[in-house]
Design a protein around this ligand. Structure first.
Ligand code: FA5
Length: 341
C-alpha cells in the first residue's frame, strides 16, 4: 500500500469511528486518535518530510485536505450529538397536558401534601377532626374576629393581598378558627390545613404562597401543659428522633399567653445557614392559649371555656425533615426535585 492509499484507509476508518461516537467525550477521544497530536493522520503528516519533493507535494496536500475534512466532520458530529441529547432530555421531561394518556402515567403526591396527610393521621389518632375553609376570606374572619383591632400594629405584621371588594387572600389558617367557633359547639379538637398568601419578599425560607396547619382545642380547664404536650407528641412522631426545641414568648393578638416554638435548624444542624438566617433556630410553630376576646366574639363564656391554638408552617417542616435548603423548590414545578419524594 502506498502512502496515498494508506491515507485513504485512515480517512475511512476515521469517518467510521468518529461517526459512531456516542457522547461528546467519546467524540473527543476518537478525534484525538486520528487528528490529535499523536493521531494516525498526524503521524503520516510528520513523515512527509522524508519523501521526495514530488511526493511531498501530492501526499502532503492530500493529508492536509483529509485532516481539514475530518475537522469539519467532527464539528458536524458534535452538533448532531448535542441535538440528540437535547431531544432525549426533552422527551423524558416534557409533559403534554393536552395529550390523551395511552397508558396510565401515575404522578405522586407533593411532599407538602404527604406531610399534611401524615399530620392529619397523627391528630386523628388523638381525637382531632379535620376542618377546611376558603382561600378568599373576609377581613373579619382573617383579622377582626381574631382580636386584631382596626389600627392594631399586628395587622402590619402580615402584608396582605386585598381584593377590590374588600375581601382578601387569607394570610393564615387562623381564619378557620373563627369559622369553627361559629359551627361547632365545644368541647372540640380540630386541625385545619390550607394554603395561605402574603405579600412577602421571597427568600430561602419565605414564600408568598405557602401552607399551614391550624390546630385548635376548646374545652374545660385546657392549659399550656396540654398545649406543650400535644406539640411534643407531634414533633416526635414527625421526626422520629430527638430534636432540640425552644419555647419563647410570642405575640399574636388572638392568644394569651402566646409562644413561639422554634426547632434547631436541621438543614445545618444548628450551625447557621441561609434557611435559619444564620441563627441555628427556625420559627416553626407559633401557639398559645386562646384569647378570651376570641371566645367572647364567638359567644362563648371565657370563664367557662378555655383552649389552645397553634399554626404550623408546613413548608418549613418539610424543609427540616429532608434538609431542603430553599423553599422556592416547592412551587418550582421542577420534576427532578419532585420525583425524589
Ligand atoms: C401565624 O400565621 C399565626 N396565625 C400562627 C398562630 C396560630 C399563632 C395559632 C398562635 C396561635 P406566623 O406569621 O408566625 O403566625 O406564621 C406561622 C408559621 O408559618 C411560621 O412559623 C412559619 O413556619 C410559617 N411561615 C410564615 N411566613 C412564611 C413564609 N413567608 N413562607 C413560608 N412559611 C412561612
Amino acid at each position: 500500500m502506498n502512502l496515498s492509499q494508506e491515507l485513504d484507509s485512515i480517512y475511512e476508518e476515521a469517518i467510521q469511528k468518529i461517526g459512531a461516537s456516542i457522547s461528546e467525550e467519546d467524540l473527543d477521544k476518537n478525534k484525538n486518535d486520528f487528528i490529535g497530536k499523536k493521531g494516525k493522520l498526524t503521524a503520516v503528516l510528520k513523515n512527509v518530510a522524508s519523501l521526495s519533493i514530488e511526493e511531498k507535494k501530492t501526499v502532503g496536500q492530500k493529508a492536509n485536505e483529509l485532516s481539514k475534512k475530518l475537522e469539519v466532520f467532527v464539528s458536524d458530529t458534535k452538533t448532531t450529538l448535542k441535538k440528540k441529547l437535547f431531544e432525549s432530555q426533552a422527551a423524558s421531561e416534557f409533559f403534554d397536558t393536552l395529550r390523551p394518556l395511552s397508558k396510565p402515567e401515575n404522578g405522586s403526591l407533593h411532599p407538602i401534601t404527604q406531610i399534611q396527610y401524615e399530620i392529619e393521621d397523627i391528630f386523628a389518632s388523638m381525637g382531632f377532626s379535620v376542618m377546611d375553609g376558603p382561600e378568599i376570606e373576609t377581613d373579619t374572619n382573617n383579622f377582626g374576629a381574631l382580636n386584631f383591632t382596626e389600627d392594631h400594629p399586628a395587622r402590619e405584621m402580615q402584608d396582605t393581598f386585598y381584593l377590590e371588594n374588600g375581601n382578601l387572600l387569607r394570610t393564615h389558617t387562623s381564619a378557620i378558627q373563627v369559622r369553627t367557633l361559629r359551627h361547632l359547639k365545644p368541647p372540640f379538637r380540630i386541625i385545619a390545613p390550607g394554603r395561605v398568601f402574603r405579600y412577602e419578599e421571597v427568600d430561602a425560607s419565605h414564600e408568598h404562597t405557602f401552607y399551614q396547619i391550624e390546630g385548635m382545642v376548646v374545652g374545660k380547664n385546657i392549659s399550656a401543659a396540654n398545649l406543650i404536650d400535644t406539640m411534643q407528641v407531634l414533633l416526635s412522631r414527625i421526626f422520629e428522633k430527638e430534636i432540640k426545641t425552644r419555647l419563647r414568648p410570642g405575640y399574636f393578638p388572638f392568644v394569651e399567653p402566646g409562644f413561639e416554638l422554634d426547632i434547631n435548624c436541621l438543614v445545618c444542624e444548628g450551625k447557621g445557614c441561609p434557611v435559619c438566617k444564620q441563627s441555628g433556630w427556625l420559627e416553626l410553630l407559633p401557639c398559645g392559649l386562646i384569647h378570651p376576646n376570641v371566645l367572647s366574639h364567638a359567644g362563648l363564656d371565657p370563664k367557662e371555656w378555655t383552649g389552645f391554638a397553634f399554626g404550623l408552617g408546613l413548608d418549613r417542616l418539610v424543609m427540616m425533615r429532608y434538609g431542603i435548603h430553599d423553599i422556592r423548590y416547592f412551587q418550582s414545578g421542577n420534576l427532578r426535585f419532585l420525583k425524589q419524594f
